[in-house]
Write a protein that binds this ligand. Sequence first.
Ligand SMILES: [Zn+2]
Length: 198
Amino acid sequence: MRAVDHEAPVYLHQLPVPGEERYASLALVNTRFTLSHGQVDLLDDADAAHLWLVRHELLPDRVALNGRQVGRLLGLREALRALFEAYAAQDRPPAESLATVNAALAAAPPTPRLAWTADGPHRADEPDTGNPAAAALSLLAEDATDLLTGSEAAQLTECAAQGCARWFLRSHGARRWCTTKCGNRVRAARAYAARKGR
Ligand SMILES: [Zn+2]
């Protein structure tokens, strides 16, 4: 298990991005991003990928991931990014990206279930426990399907900071940065450029 080093810049930059708390698929896409000192991949090995899925309550802690399953998770991440990009560009995604998401949806779909508690009836789908890694990918693909076909899809925005590559749900029309950190970074770069140009 990878230890969390609080001195590490990766974790210092890990501010929540709007929408991630509601859509795990958005959080998955944002596990790869760029900071001023370079590329960051929060799923860069099997332990990190396992921890991410467990933290998002998509995988039981006791279930280990093999290399092929991590590869599928990363493949799904890139396919989802292509779908988000196509949506924002009002374009159609590459056929293979759509096929990757559909394969994840079909691999281990949850079983629909109606639960009835003190609060009344509610939907409580049960994940496929026989294939937990594939079930995690199915849940992520379903989450993305809900996002892209729901009323919040129009808010999907890629951060305008150079190379950031994170996606967020825009709370108001003018917002262009995923976090204040990205906004500050862009403003600082502009101020620096202006000083140099003077
Ligand atoms: Zn950003």
